[in-house]
Design a protein around this ligand. Structure first.
Ligand SMILES: *[C@@H]1O[C@H](CO)[C@@H](O)[C@H](O)[C@H]1NC(C)=O
Ligand SMILES: *[C@@H]1O[C@H](CO)[C@@H](O)[C@H](O)[C@H]1NC(C)=O
Ligand SMILES: *[C@@H]1O[C@H](CO)[C@@H](O)[C@H](O)[C@H]1NC(C)=O
Length: 249
């Protein structure tokens, strides 16, 4: 089995999170019996607003990622897909459900589910290997489109103190993708391969998208894990717990 390899580097705009949240963000009371319901709405409200840059906050639509890789699978995808200069569209249209935060020291975590009706990646790709047993060496522009992709985030947390204030830190987060309705792929070859060849490859890929997706799903899960952990981690690092929630120590 080939090792999975996923890395991504955000553009520096992610470091612009501010310690004070805008008043348009919803602040929930941790002691309220309906806290988790409030938190679900708060995450949803925050996400929707990040469709444009706000003071001290990054825009998530698009989210720029310098590079990432989706590792080869053990089935049809015998190739590591390397992407550069990626623009990711769709986070702010995500539907948030089932947020659950516990600050109980024995089991500190944040869980939530997000379903994105359309998640689009525009990037430059580079492939070196075999796809469906056909040798592929190519680079060019790629479009990847995931429809109704559901991500389930599990973010174990710990508390720490910075400048006298309590902050949260993600210990070892994980995002799984239990459901995706469609993966559309288009790889345009900029080199000397004929358009017919590209069209043929793209057609085959899309005919068997489910097998392709299953083969590299853990790569996509790592990708979404790194994005979620980076974004939420930066947020927790900048914003003290007492600025996010009421009635917390
Ligand atoms: C949070 O997610 C983890 C991992 O999926 C799961 O084991 C745990 O039961 C979840 N907690 C809640 C309260 O849903
Ligand atoms: C995505 O979900 C919506 C709403 O449930 C549904 O109408 C649509 O057909 C789904 N898309 C695909 C590609 O299955
Ligand atoms: C394109 O042509 C060059 C020179 O003939 C060759 O080295 C290269 O492998 C070709 N690339 C592809 C994708 O066929």
């Amino acid at each position: 089995m080939k090792l999975l390899y996923t890395t991504l580097i955000f553009h520096s705009l992610i470091s612009t999170f501010c310690t004070k949240l805008p008043s348009s963000f919803k602040k929930c009371d941790y002691k309220n019996p309906n806290f988790n319901q409030c938190l679900t709405e708060a995450i949803q409200t925050a996400l929707v607003q990040l469709n444009h840059p706000m003071v001290g906050l990054p825009s998530l639509d698009p989210l720029m990622v310098e590079k990432f890789s989706i590792g080869a699978g053990t089935g049809p995808v015998g190739v590591q897909e390397n992407f550069q200069n990626a623009k990711l569209y769709g986070f702010t249209k995500g539907i948030v459900q089932n947020a659950d935060l516990s600050l109980n020291p024995s089991q500190m975590h944040l869980n939530f589910t997000i379903t994105m009706p359309q998640f689009k990646i525009l990037a430059q790709y580079q492939l070196e290997g075999q796809l469906l047993l056909i040798p592929v060496h190519g680079k060019g522009d790629a479009t990847l489109l995931l429809k109704n992709v559901t991500g389930v985030a599990f973010l174990p947390l710990e508390k720490y103190t910075k400048k006298g204030l309590t902050h949260l830190r993600i210990v070892d987060g994980k995002v799984t993708l239990p459901k995706t309705d469609l993966l559309y792929m288009n790889f345009q070859n900029r080199e000397n391969r004929s358009q017919e060849f590209s069209d043929m490859i793209n057609k085959v890929l899309n005919d068997i998208w489910q097998a392709i997706f299953n083969d590299v799903k853990s790569g996509y899960e790592s990708f979404f894990t790194e994005i979620t952990v980076s974004l939420a981690g930066k947020f927790f690092d900048k914003v003290p717990l007492s600025e996010m929630l009421d009635n917390v120590e």
